[in-house]
Design a protein around this ligand. Structure first.
Ligand SMILES: NC(=O)c1ccc[n+]([C@@H]2O[C@H](COP(=O)([O-])OP(=O)(O)OC[C@H]3O[C@@H](n4cnc5c(N)ncnc54)[C@H](OP(=O)(O)O)[C@@H]3O)[C@@H](O)[C@H]2O)c1
Length: 255
């Protein structure tokens, strides 16, 4: 009998970790496959999960990391009920002050790896399977001092929404999730504190996971979790992006 599994990248921390925990309670899964670089933190997941966890330590910016996922799939031939692409990072500074390595790292992880994982899992998806891609509120407009990060998240949102249409006849749901600032390790790695002085709102990762799990059962192809996020999203749809960017910079005291 084929196993029913969920795969969560970025399961070692933050939103991915909360989603891994939520999925294991909500869906009748045989296993959850947890992917990220930090093996120890992935092993810790086993202690809190009600179902078996397969740890796949992988740096998804490297081909070997993507191969670790695809080789595990080829060996086990499971049915992938859910795949969550939560691995990602962002840096906030003037473009020329972010290293080329970090900028290309954002493109590699947030866009390239997410696309590669989607290719890897496709043969194992079935009608009823769900693909969840963690985008960001940054996806809706350009973000000065977060130029590369916002562009990568615009990719995630655009790719996911188009894919949702393409795979609808196959019965595969694709959902993009667009969180606002969320209290995770993301902020430590992002250096956002040097640039972003006004966070306005800070959500808990468990809240983002809860709203994501609810949205997975609905028809929409993207979700903006939280009332303040929804309000801001509405403004970004109504106002010219030049005005949105100017207001963002004014609020952050940026020139
Ligand atoms: N926090 C926010 O304010 C916020 C807002 C909007 C969107 N998001 C998005 O939400 C997603 C989850 O981030 P988070 O907030 O939960 O931050 P987080 O706690 O830092 O989680 C990021 C995850 O990505 C994994 N990761 C990082 N580099 C990786 C690599 N090279 N290969 C494989 N996995 C890697 C990390 O695990 P390892 O370090 O173990 O590899 C970790 O599990 C990201 O896509 C982020 O862009 C975050």
């Amino acid at each position: 009998m084929q196993k029913h599994i969920a795969i969560v990248t970025g399961a070692s921390s933050g939103i991915g970790r909360e989603l891994a925990a939520g999925l294991s309670k909500k869906y009748p899964l045989d296993e959850l496959w947890a992917v990220a670089r930090n093996r120890e933190r992935l092993e810790e997941l086993k202690k809190i999960m009600p179902i078996p966890v397969r740890v796949i330590p992988a740096d998804l910016t490297e081909q070997a990391g993507i191969s670790a996922v695809s080789e595990a799939l080829t060996a086990d031939m499971p049915i992938v009920d859910v795949v969550v692409n939560a691995s990602g990072f962002g840096m906030f500074e003037r473009f020329d002050k972010i290293s080329e390595e970090d900028s290309l790292g954002m493109v590699d992880l947030n866009c390239r790896a997410l696309t590669a994982v989607t290719y890897a899992v496709f043969p194992y998806l079935r009608a009823g399977s769900k693909v969840v891609n963690i985008a960001s509120m940054a996806a809706f407009q350009p973000i000065p001092y977060g130029s590369v990060y916002a562009a990568t998240k615009a990719y995630v949102l655009s790719f996911s929404r188009a894919l949702a249409r393409e795979w609808k006849p196959l019965g595969i749901k694709v959902l993009a999730v667009c969180p606002y600032w969320t209290k995770t390790a993301f902020l430590g790695r992002s250096h956002a504190e040097g640039v972003i002085k006004n966070f306005e709102v800070m959500y808990e990762p468990a809240f983002i996971a809860e709203k994501t799990l609810a949205a997975m059962e609905k028809k929409r192809d993207y979700v903006v979790p939280g009332a303040y996020s929804k309000f801001t999203h509405a403004l970004t749809k109504l106002l010219p992006h030049s005005l949105v960017m100017r207001e963002f910079m004014r609020r952050q005291g940026l020139k």
